[in-house]
Design a protein. Sequence first.
Lengths: 155, 155
Amino acid sequence: MPEPTPDTLMPLCSVFRRFLRNQGLKYTVERADVLQAIIDHDGPFEAEELLLDMRRRGHRVSKATIYRTLRLLQEAGIITQALFDSKQAHFQLIYGKQPRDVMVCMRTGRTIDFHSEELSALRDRICRELGWKPVGHRFQIFAMSPERTEGEQEA
Amino acid sequence: MPEPTPDTLMPLCSVFRRFLRNQGLKYTVERADVLQAIIDHDGPFEAEELLLDMRRRGHRVSKATIYRTLRLLQEAGIITQALFDSKQAHFQLIYGKQPRDVMVCMRTGRTIDFHSEELSALRDRICRELGWKPVGHRFQIFAMSPERTEGEQEA
DNA sequence: GTGCGTGCAAAGACTTTGCACGTAC
DNA sequence: GTACGTGCAAAGTCTTTGCACGCAC
């Protein structure tokens, strides 16, 4: 019963391996390497970054395999798309993680990460009311950072 | 002073035209047509859809112009990317709209839209604490819909 | 009249796919 | 030993860009 609380968390590789077995798929060196690279990479990443990280430590994988593995990891609920922009895919570990919420400035692009327990509580309550079981969430606030709040008043 | 409250809302075309003028850009028929198509299109859309909508009503625009106009409309704060997936860009009107929040089932992909005043209040409070001026937000809940909640307990 | 805008087609960026060989089970 | 996995390169999608002509200001 996967209730990803920090205490009862099983190692990610076990989670992934079990997922693969259930699907009749194989746990290969390449797939293990990709997962390890993700674990070691702190925060959101893109396919290309992962490839470079892996190359750096001498793990040779093709980009095709990375993309294929990323899809599997998503299906396994281990990573999720971060969806910063639609230009390219960004992913991040979610299994067993508290959601990271983000506030982004619409003028400068500056971002601030935060975590709100209150938000998680709200999420859980909304789910409960509808009979759904919460798994995670993404909250992005669009705002204007303090410096200057005009920018539209010059002719 | 654009404070998009439902009452004092000025027509979108005026907002856009003013934005363009401030940037030293021109308000062309094509740009007006794209904006109108967005207004008439209910909910999120992609560039291609917009093109078809416009063709259907006899407005001929090139895809390049649509993309270029969508970027301007984003900069003007009239639309925003919906970020459903990273495969392609989805946009939606935001100017003067209440944010739409969404709950998505991680197994079936089924989604439920909702709107939470409480969430908006939380957003405003977080912004206030940091001295930022809220413009909008996006909240996505990932959950499992009721039907069956196992699916991972075999093996 | 000038500079910005448009359409077209080509280029670009990211991702997926077909195929032959390799490997986990 | 079999079916799935991998790398490579080609193909696919969506988006951006260069250029010559046209239009808003």
